[in-house]
Design a protein. Sequence first.
Length: 728
Amino acid sequence: MNSLRFDAVKEAFNRKAVKPEAHNELTSEYFGKNVFDIQKMKGYLQQSTVQAIQDSITNGTTLDRNLADEVASGMMKWAIEMGATHYTHWFQPLTEGTAEKHDSFIEYGGKGVIEQFSGKMLVQQESDASSFPNGGIRNTFEARGYTAWDTSSPAFVVEDTLCIPTIFISYTGESLDYKTPLLKAIQAVDKAATDVCKYFNPDVRKVSTYLGWEQEYFLVDESLYAARPDLMLTDRTLMGHESAKNQQLEDHYFGAIPARVTAFMQDVETEAYKFGIPLKTRHNEVAPNQFEFAPIYGEANLANDQNQLIMTLMKKIASKHHFRVLLHEKPFAGVNGSGKHNNWSLGTDTGIGLFTPGKNDTKNLQFITFLVNVLMAVYKNNALLKASVMTAQNEHRLGAHEAPPAIISVFLGSQISQILDHLEDDSMGDEITLKGKRQMRLGISNVPEVLLDNTDRNRTSPFAFTGNRFEFRAVGSSANCASAIIALNSVVAAQLTEFKASVDYLISQGTSKESAILKIVKQYIKESKPIRFDGNGYGDAWKEEAKKRGLDCNGSTPEIIDAYTSEQSLKIFEDMHIFTRKEVEARNEVKWEVYSKKIQIESRVLCDLAMNHIIPVASQYQSLLLEKVARMQSVFPSEEAAVLSEQDMDLIRNIAAHIQLIKRESDEMVEARKVANGLTDGREKAISYHNNVLPYLGSIRNAIDALELVVDDGMWSLPKYRELLFIR
Ligand code: ADP
Ligand code: MG
């Protein structure tokens, strides 16, 4: 009998909630305690220096190098008071998560060791980080990379280390991270959107990108986790028969949060607040043992840093509570996967949300203008937007259980749809009746107040308009949000630029400003129609329909990535100054490499499970059955024994068939891997992994899951779905 599984189950089952960190302060009293924000700078820096930093944040200007020494020593003073002994440039390479290399503050001074942190160390650090993915950009002779301070994201102290958010670029200036292009994409939208805003309000100086992420995740007890090599090594279960009960009763979503989980959440919140992360919402998600955190939205670069930080904090804090956090997009087959909905919006420095319907004609024309430009951008670049969220992990989630399909479409809701339909139709008069709502006048100069019905929602759409923002739901739970926001901002910036050129041209030909805007808006409404879909995105009918509409329906990650290097995408990236061709190509190389490695690791782990766990256990049980059949023969007359053993014989054959399949397909999978590994081209290798290795993971799993159903439960060595999903 196997004891590891049962020991783990017993341990997990008997666990009590761990007491969360006690504190008597109000959240507002310790919020941002670990962050060197503007308020704290005032206590450590000269007023003029704080002002210079503030300006560099609001205007995106570079901070005067001469101030760096003062900022650095003030920052160090604060950090040492916070208990820090080390500092690190904290950056986001093209792997998952963040990277940091800690250096102590000590230097040799005149009389021995002193604490020192110079402006040079703050502003820029040379990293010998040649092992970070770079897609071949850095040859060994110039393996240097640089990290440089991003003033728009404040430094913070984690335990004994001062963390300085930085960008990460190569010696030759190419970006090797997520933050650099994110900052560029935020700037690109700022410029393009501000120009368009000036049609409506000449006072607008700046348009910011806002992001509100919703982080979904699973929790699994650490003992059970440790008994599952697949979870430990791949972050997802590669096998496991569906539990008799999973989410069909819909009793988990918004249900009472289990005590151990509440304690975990409270600790995460306390930590998050110290780092200035405004967590607002916590709740159960749809699947058993699935949960969510969401903050109050904020400026996109900072919000994304906070999301990166919270993923790290969650992992750390989970250990204290004897849990493991699974951020994988699809840790369990047969139940919901985890997304990270990116709520995205644009807002002006005059306080106007550009996707918020206004109270007067001008504001509403502005609202419609921005909405329709987003529609157009998403329509024309639906393949690229999908590419920005596709990974080996998210591939399992999209299109499965209650996740949007791997086809990008936009949900607008019936009210907005009616307004667009009306605007598009020149033959309609100025009056329209919105279903169940009051009369609304719509004409050239008066797009009236739009009152949105908040219940008009659709959960199946990958990209939904939700009243004052768009919710990009296809983004996966483990993703760096920047990937999606970079793509989205780039295409929207390019679209707004094109829009402005068209409107300006009409104006130069004598058309009035309003008529010119409306003319182009109408044209866009007509053209972008194929991207609008308010129906059920989960149905097969939609896949057929989407194909007819010419939307990208490819579900293979390595091929979807090609959308980054289409002439259209490259032109956008270059025109908007987000990426050079070299950078895009290098990043694609990294994506293909990561994809191949992920499948390779999963394939190895599954072979290991099959050979060292599943087959031995199934064979052992099969031997018991064989012994029983043999004994029947010795006790009963042969014919009677045969009748009595019929079921057992069937079972023996059944087990044998599954074992044979598992062995045969494991061998074939190893061969397929060899073929894939033999390919030198990264793209071809990834495609080969997708087409020729990945399918085996499914079919071998099916055979293993079939064995799980028939083999004696007492012998089964790996924790089952019901244990992983229901013990908390
Ligand atoms: P739902 O369950 O309806 O998706 P949640 O409350 O879970 O909503 O999450 C909504 C997220 O959207 C929150 O992070 C919220 O701060 C964010 N959000 C709200 N308004 C905006 C906006 N204008 N721009 C960006 N994000 C927003
Ligand atoms: Mg939500």
